[in-house]
Ligand binder design. Structure first.
Ligand code: C5P
Length: 307
């Protein structure tokens, strides 16, 4: 095997997620604060000299029974799109070291797809700007464009309109995933059903300035919310209601300054200004849920490394 490239695919959480009424194309406009975290997958890529195919191998801490077949993996679709856009016919050997659980609201598949676009662009001598890569990313999924820039961002549209936020963070994030697979399309359907049956109005758009000001305040003052969480706590299955309630309560009682659900679930998280409290809570919760991970905000994406 020849030279290759290693790229990090860090996950995200949604500190805030407001969801508005479904558009005629089926997507829902959102208003969100995305935060990239120092926890995720790693991907190794090298060119196959004698083939234009894609060889995708997967390993890591995520149960392999949960992982979709290679042809349905977001990495596969990202490589095919890059090959089409660039006209580059080279084949690729890709090894995915997977740690971000699936159906977890952490953007794992999107993170992998974006990382592959960035890596292939680098290996091929940067034929595309980041803006072009963001356009390609939007074709792969609503959450993918965020991962081209990373860091912290105010996100609108269906998720593809990214406005970076420059903010200094010193808090820690404790991720707790209960091992429940939460499907995003199903979560949006539940939200639509609940809203039409209960005639609940969507909340108003808060705007970038309000959300950025909140983000700059101490996490104990954050009034961010996630519209999915309210729906799940009242209308989710009994298992979902009880699990989310139990985890969020425990994080709060342990001293988290802010707690929320990420994306459409199932990962709950606590934000701690006090790192000692976060470490103690990690020790107390570790082993009781499939994923309990102490991590920190990443200010920007990590560039691929040629090896
Ligand atoms: O864009 P992506 O393929 O990740 O979206 C998966 C599904 O989630 C969409 O088909 C749609 O049903 C739903 N979705 C939505 N509004 C968004 C993003 C996703 O309704 N903003």
């Amino acid at each position: 095997m020849g030279d290759g490239i290693r790229v990090a695919a860090p996950c995200k959480i949604n500190l805030h997620l407001g969801i508005f009424d479904r558009r005629s194309d089926g997507y829902h406009p959102i208003e969100s604060i995305f935060q990239m975290l120092d926890f995720g997958d790693t991907i190794w890529i090298e060119s196959l000299k004698k083939s234009s195919g894609i060889e995708l191998h997967m390993e890591g801490s995520v149960p392999m029974k949960d992982v979709v077949p290679p042809e349905q993996n977001s990495i596969y679709t990202a490589v095919r799109l890059f090959q089409m856009e660039s006209g580059c016919e080279s084949g690729w050997y890709i090894r995915l070291n997977k740690h971000i659980p699936l159906g977890a609201g952490l953007g794992g598949g999107s993170a992998d797809a974006a990382a592959v676009l960035l890596a292939l662009n680098q290996i091929c001598g940067k034929p595309f700007s980041d803006i072009s890569l963001e356009h390609f990313a939007a074709k792969l999924g609503s959450d993918v464009p965020f991962f081209i820039k990373g860091g912290t961002a105010y996100v609108t549209g269906r998720g593809e309109r990214i406005s970076p936020i420059s903010v200094t963070t010193s808090w820690a994030v404790l991720l707790v995933n209960p091992g429940i697979h939460s499907s995003t399309p199903e979560a949006f359907r539940l939200l639509d059903t609940v809203r039409s049956e209960t005639r609940v109005c969507t909340k108003p758009l808060l705007g970038r300035d309000v959300l950025v000001r909140l983000l700059e305040s101490h996490p104990q003052h954050w009034t961010f919310y996630n519209d999915f969480l309210e729906v799940f706590l009242k209308h989710g299955t009994l298992e979902v209601q009880q699990t989310y309630q139990a985890i969020l309560r425990e994080l709060r009682e342990a001293g988290a300054d802010f707690v929320n659900l990420s994306g459409s679930g199932s990962t709950c998280f606590g934000v701690f200004a006090d790192h000692d409290k976060a470490r103690k809570t990690l020790q107390n919760m570790k082993g009781r849920w499939p994923l309990v991970e102490l991590t920190f905000p990443l200010a920007r994406k990590v560039n691929p490394v040629v090896e």
